[in-house]
Design a protein around this ligand. Structure first.
Ligand SMILES: Cc1ncc(COP(=O)(O)O)c(C=O)c1O
Length: 380
């Protein structure tokens, strides 16, 4: 069982940080590596041509380990979720009348690009809403998604958990249904991968796109993508020299190469050897691999379960435990609670949470304690 890990972060003691879904605090080790990496460029002669490739490969290997992908060559380094989604969307053929399924109030980086390609091809965005009731909400929402996948579905573009309230989507069953109709399954894992176990081998998504600065504990402006073999011959959204075959040989770069690096090698962003962000991100992923997402999830469950029960007893709605994550969940308040007064109280008490949709979004990680939840509860 995992113990509290706050000592590995720099969070001040007077701050109750329940907002990792907004932005994760940085591991001290990552800060250290970041500072060293910034300083390294004062001495450019210490950065060799090989260095452009080695750390980049290591980052891809670590991400593949974390998501249980059998081949790291199926991964790519991306600067944002919108970028990773754009690469996937560019390589999925669409016909007029095809449907692209998204869930209600999904994060925009996994919506806008689909709207764009839908417009270009005459496809239709179909949004699957939750039921109007809190009774069996997660179960009914999952069922609605499954029932909406038909022969018209070309793409299901959705998260593993909802970013606003942590509703858990049953990707394994959804994958089975998409396979029945040869529909692509494109997952935004930004709010789940790192804290919630994900296995690419088990789910077999067509693509999994993750921003790095939340549950992957990485710096801002770097993320990771997994593209299945169906994208091996695709066309990337940009054409960086490093993604071409034999780009390791600097003396031959202008013998322009038609061929790409293997598999998803073509989809990494230009300058993906980013000498500051890449080593920081590697360190963060190594820490997550050592902790294991399954243990992180268990830790978050242990520290929050009493508070969840108390909040429910106070009349708040929090999704059934079987249909939500434990590192991120929404609290829907009863009408009797004045949300503005509560927000003010949180500010006074230095309690950090988010407000997304109609829910207060609480997100915890291994730096939190049951006392953080006690502190939160005292404000109600
Ligand atoms: C579910 C989800 N996806 C993606 C992002 C970030 O997207 P991008 O990297 O395109 O800025 C966020 C940020 O809050 C998010 O919650």
């Amino acid at each position: 069982m995992l113990n509290n890990q706050k000592h590995l972060f720099d969070l001040p003691d007077n701050v109750t940080y329940l907002n990792g879904a907004y932005m994760a605090p940085q591991l001290k080790d990552c800060t250290e590596i970041g500072i060293q990496s910034v300083q390294r460029k004062c001495f450019p002669f210490t950065i060799s041509p090989e260095d452009f490739f080695t750390e980049r490969t290591l980052l891809k290997q670590r991400f593949a380990t974390l998501i249980k992908a059998s081949d790291y060559k199926n991964t790519a380094i991306i600067p944002s979720v919108s970028y990773g989604i754009a690469n996937a969307a560019k390589n999925i053929p669409l016909q007029a009348g095809d449907e692209i399924l998204v869930v209600d109030q999904q994060f925009p980086s996994n919506v806008y690009h689909w709207k764009e390609v839908a417009k270009q091809h005459g496809a239709i965005i179909k949004t699957i809403s939750p039921p109007d009731t809190f009774t069996s909400r997660g179960k009914l929402w999952n069922e609605a998604i499954l029932n909406s996948i038909t022969q018209k579905t070309a793409v299901v573009a959705m998260p593993h958990i909802h970013w606003a309230d942590g509703t858990l989507f049953d990707l394994k069953t959804i994958r089975k249904k998409t396979n029945q109709y040869q529909a692509a399954l494109i997952i935004d894992g930004t709010q789940s991968v790192g804290a919630l176990p994900f296995s690419a081998t088990e789910i077999q998504p067509d693509a999994l796109i993750c921003g790095g600065y939340k549950w992957l504990l990485g710096p801002y402006s770097i993320g990771m993508a997994y593209y299945s073999d169906r994208f091996n011959e695709g066309t990337p959204i940009e054409h960086n020299w490093m993604n071409r075959l034999e780009s390791e040989n600097f003396s031959k770069l202008t013998q322009y190469q038609e061929h790409y690096q293997e598999k998803a090698g073509r989809y990494s962003v230009g300058e993906s050897s980013n000498f500051v962000l890449t080593p920081m991100f590697i360190k963060a992923l190594e820490q997550l691999i050592a902790w294991q997402p399954v243990q992180i999830q268990e830790y978050c469950k242990n520290i929050s379960s009493e508070a969840v029960q108390t909040l429910r007893a106070k009349g708040c709605f929090i999704e059934d435990d079987n249909y939500r994550a434990h590192h991120l969940f929404g609290v829907y308040l009863p009408n009797t609670v004045n949300i503005d007064a509560l927000k003010e109280r949180f500010l006074d008490e230095q309690i950090y949470v988010s407000y997304r949709g109609d829910a207060i979004r609480i997100s915890c990680n291994v730096y939190n304690t049951p006392e953080d939840f006690d502190h939160l509860l005292r404000c109600f």
